[in-house]
Design a protein around this ligand. Structure first.
Ligand SMILES: C[S@@+](CC[C@H](N)C(=O)[O-])C[C@H]1O[C@@H](n2cnc3c(N)ncnc32)[C@H](O)[C@@H]1O
Length: 421
């Protein structure tokens, strides 16, 4: 884990002297950052060798003065992290409501093994069993965390048979089911993703993208039960088709994006995005695009639906999401999307694609993770999730930070489904 992850999380969600827990300690990255930032830390790992290594890694000396320089905060004390062998599923050595922040990085099911099959090592559980074990971890996390405080978990997706397995979204569900709210859903880019060699060649040959992002959900244990907003705006969504002219196309993957993170300049963002979707997922232009628009917002009329049969690609866009929808809007959007998919699916060819462009939104204080909600919802037998792509504008994360305590949402998603008949 890059030290920047615990570092940013610790600075944003804790104060000097507070207690941070990492129950998947590994080499001790969180513990080292806690030591540098003047936070107390308890870190456990199932693997005694990891704990030994972590103990070596925290063995450095920092002067209080150095800490002050790093933190721009005065009177920082140095606390030695408490490191020990333990199991994240059983935190009984910790009292209820005793931890100020959790920051942890679990195994990604059984993609990489961390021990020689040590009893309790979650990196030996396949996806469903891994998630089942993680429900115990999430439950314990909820118990030990103080109300109103945060739990940050770094997790990535995996791939089977050239299709993505949304491990990140599935793990988010596990924590939500334990009672957490989703305060932020941060995307972490992976910069070491190779665009050469074996995997790159295969990704072109078999038309899949190289996984280049991970998720950093920041969960919050609510202080009290959070009341629903009383005033819900009601918006009707029309459907406008088609929005794009058909460019002459032949599937040519040269020059299209090859990883799961697409970054385009602001000025031709939508065009570049559309072109990449169409180039990659449609061969000869047999596609149609459905755009959801908010009627009340920009007064667009209903346009007759494109009834073309035998599509290779159906692309559903929903630009209204950026205008602060309410809970009711969110539910309505999901319902309408499902209806469109139900209605249009028969007109997509076998091995054709359904692509949905969507975005997380903040409703009241918490994130409504719409991409995850759609993935949860679209469980049709003949739809097979192929890709989760993250799309963002160049420099979007560089503009000045807003002064609020919440992060700006600067990314969208493309959910790519393959149609099986
Ligand atoms: C992704 S690594 C953590 C890496 C760590 N963030 C770092 O920077 O070194 C996951 C860790 O979880 C540990 N682990 C697996 N099952 C566990 C369990 N039941 N309880 C605690 N740790 C466990 C593994 O031994 C491994 O060190």
């Amino acid at each position: 884990m890059s030290p920047y992850i615990p570092r940013n999380v610790i600075i944003k969600y804790s104060k000097p002297g507070e207690l941070v827990l990492d129950y998947f300690c590994g080499a001790g990255t969180t513990a080292v950052e806690c030591e540098l930032l003047g936070r107390k830390c308890i870190a456990i790992d199932i693997n005694d060798k990891a704990i030994e290594l972590a103990k070596k890694n925290i063995n450095f000396s920092v002067e209080s003065q150095q800490l002050t320089f790093v933190n721009k905060e005065s009177h920082l004390e140095v606390y030695e992290p408490e490191l020990k062998v333990g199991d994240a599923r059983d935190l009984s050595f910790l009292q209820d409501n005793s931890i100020d922040l959790i920051c942890a990085h679990p195994p990604y099911a059984n993609i990489i093994h961390y021990t020689d099959s040590k009893e309790g090592d979650l990196s030996f559980f396949d996806i469903d069993d891994f998630l089942k074990e993680m429900t115990k971890v999430a439950k314990e996390s909820f118990r030990v965390l103080k109300p109103g405080r945060q739990c940050a978990i770094l997790i990535g997706d995996t791939r089977r048979k050239k299709h993505v397995i949304p491990l990140g979204f599935k793990l988010i569900n596990v924590y939500l089911d334990a009672g957490f709210k989703l305060r932020e859903l941060v995307i972490k880019r992976q910069h070491n993703c190779k665009t050469t060699g074996f995997w790159y060649a295969n990704s072109i040959k078999y038309n899949f993208l190289l996984l280049a992002h991970e998720y950093l959900p920041i969960f919050e244990k609510p202080k009290t039960h959070f009341p629903l907003s009383v005033r819900e705006r009601r918006i009707d969504y029309g459907r406008v088709v088609p929005t794009l002219e058909k460019p002459p196309l032949k599937r040519n993957l040269d020059g299209v994006e090859t990883t799961t993170v697409w970054i385009f300049p602001e000025k031709d963002f939508e065009e570049r995005l559309n072109k990449n979707v169409i180039d990659r997922y449609s061969n000869r232009g047999g596609y149609s695009i459905i755009t959801f628009v908010s009627n009340s917002k920009n007064g667009m009329d209903f346009t007759k639906r494109n009834t073309q049969k035998g599509k290779e690609l159906l692309f559903i866009k929903s630009p209204f999401l950026s205008s602060n929808p309410s809970n009711l809007n969110v539910e309505q959007y999901l319902k309408e999307t499902k209806e469109i998919v139900n209605r249009e699916l028969p007109s997509i060819n076998k091995s054709g694609f359904l692509v949905i462009q969507t975005q997380d939104v903040r409703v009241n204080r918490y994130i409504e993770p719409l991409a995850k909600r759609l993935v949860d919802m679209l469980t049709f037998d003949n739809l097979w999730l192929k890709e989760i792509v993250v799309v963002t504008q160049e420099g979007a994360n560089l503009s000045p930070l807003s002064s609020t305590e919440y992060l700006r949402i600067v990314h969208q998603y493309l959910l790519v489904y393959e149609v099986r008949k």
